[in-house]
Design a protein around this ligand. Structure first.
Ligand SMILES: C[S@@+](CC[C@H](N)C(=O)[O-])C[C@H]1O[C@@H](n2cnc3c(N)ncnc32)[C@H](O)[C@@H]1O
Length: 345
């Protein structure tokens, strides 16, 4: 046992040293200097549990104050570490006990999918677009919960490592005939129509993954082609300047967008981080988890139609504009969709 603990500690120390060396090089680029310095300080602290607790108590609150400019390791152009971080995230999301981090989101999303299906009241497959979809864990959870709902699930992500992860996770389902899986070069009207037709013809879930930037989406997709847009734990990766642009794209393209993210709660994350240190000692995962948490909104900051879901997460609904706005049926449907949501203007 002692030998195993020693081995993990040595591997961790070596990995931290490699990350710090890569960050030192990145620091030479003025665009990333500040982010690299913050991350170097994080990884130096992560060498021991005592220096890490010190960092959590004294440095983390200081970073919270300048959260708008924070970047985590996965946001920096270091492909190897992006891959490690997202790999660890995918593993933890699939873990029997850690699945709880996605359960609240999946349940809410499924309820919304069922309501939208009822509103549309036809036999067509629904087209759902998940951007920043990582390895697609949320999609797979929706499939488990809604095995009989005809769906096209399109995942768009800007990080190549995540497309590889998604391929690895979805291809076995394709091979056993449970789903139809495609990798697509871009999301446009024609592709969406083809995928929808494929789902209608085969009566199977169709999954399409695309390497791309969400900000390019409205160049090729017309309003109303997508039935639901969703994104989970992505917002803190988008700069505050770009967030209104993102909301605008969602509102123009889809009648409903489901935004899902974590809420800021210092003590919950403090203990969760220390727990992760012991149970799943991945420093790249911990970096993503902690620096994401520092950028999350507090409950008091939430606006619009939102609902708090465990564990310390929220779901927010954003309605499309000028898609079905003249339709009385849609007005009534919106009331059904927001029934158990709070509203704050
Ligand atoms: C923390 S991960 C969340 C992954 C997944 N949605 C989940 O809940 O586990 C954030 C994801 O957003 C992606 N992302 C960030 N900016 C993006 C953009 N402009 N367009 C598409 N994807 C983006 C990242 O590549 C990353 O996979």
């Amino acid at each position: 046992m002692e030998a195993v603990v020693q081995l993990i500690a040595t591997k961790r120390a070596r990995e931290i040293q490699e990350i710090i060396s890569d960050l030192e090089l990145l620091k030479l680029d003025p665009r990333y200097r500040e982010a690299a310095e913050i991350n170097i300080r994080f990884f130096k602290a992560a060498r021991s549990i005592f220096s890490f607790i010190h960092w959590l108590i004294f440095v983390a609150p200081e970073l919270r104050r300048k959260r708008e400019s924070l970047l985590e390791l996965g946001d920096l152009p270091l492909e190897k570490w992006q891959r490690r971080g997202y790999d660890a995230l995918a593993k933890i999301e699939r873990h029997k006990f850690a699945r709880i981090v996605t359960t609240g989101f999946a349940r809410e999303l499924c309820q919304i999918i069922l309501k939208v299906k009822e509103i549309e009241n036809n036999n067509e497959a629904l087209v759902m677009l998940d951007f920043g979809f990582g390895g697609g864990e949320l999609g797979r959870r929706v499939f488990e919960e809604l095995p009989h709902v005809p769906l096209v699930y399109i995942g768009v992500d800007i990080t190549p490592a995540n497309i590889e992860l998604a391929k690895k996770a979805f291809k076995p389902l394709h091979e056993t005939g449970e789903i139809v899986f495609k990798e697509i070069p871009k999301v446009d009207d024609e592709t969406i129509d083809t995928l929808r037709q494929l789902a209608n013809d085969t009566s199977k879930k169709v999954v399409a993954v695309c390497l791309g930037d969400i900000f390019d989406l409205d160049k090729y997709v017309s309003p109303g082609k997508i039935d639901i847009i969703c994104h989970s734990r992505v917002l803190h990766h988008i700069s505050p300047v770009d967030r209104p642009r993102l909301v605008d794209i969602c509102q123009r393209l889809s009648p409903i967008t489901v935004e899902m993210d974590d809420r800021y709660c210092f003590w919950f994350k403090f203990w969760a981080t220390l727990g992760t240190w012991v149970i799943y000692p991945s420093v790249t995962l911990m970096n993503g988890a902690v620096l994401s948490w520092l950028r999350d909104p507090a409950k008091e900051e939430l606006r619009g139609y939102f609902k708090l879901v465990p564990p310390f997460c929220y779901v927010r609904l954003i309605f499309g504009q000028n898609i079905y706005s003249q339709d009385e049926k849609w007005e009534a449907a919106m009331k059904t969709l927001v029934r158990d949501f709070s509203f704050k203007g």
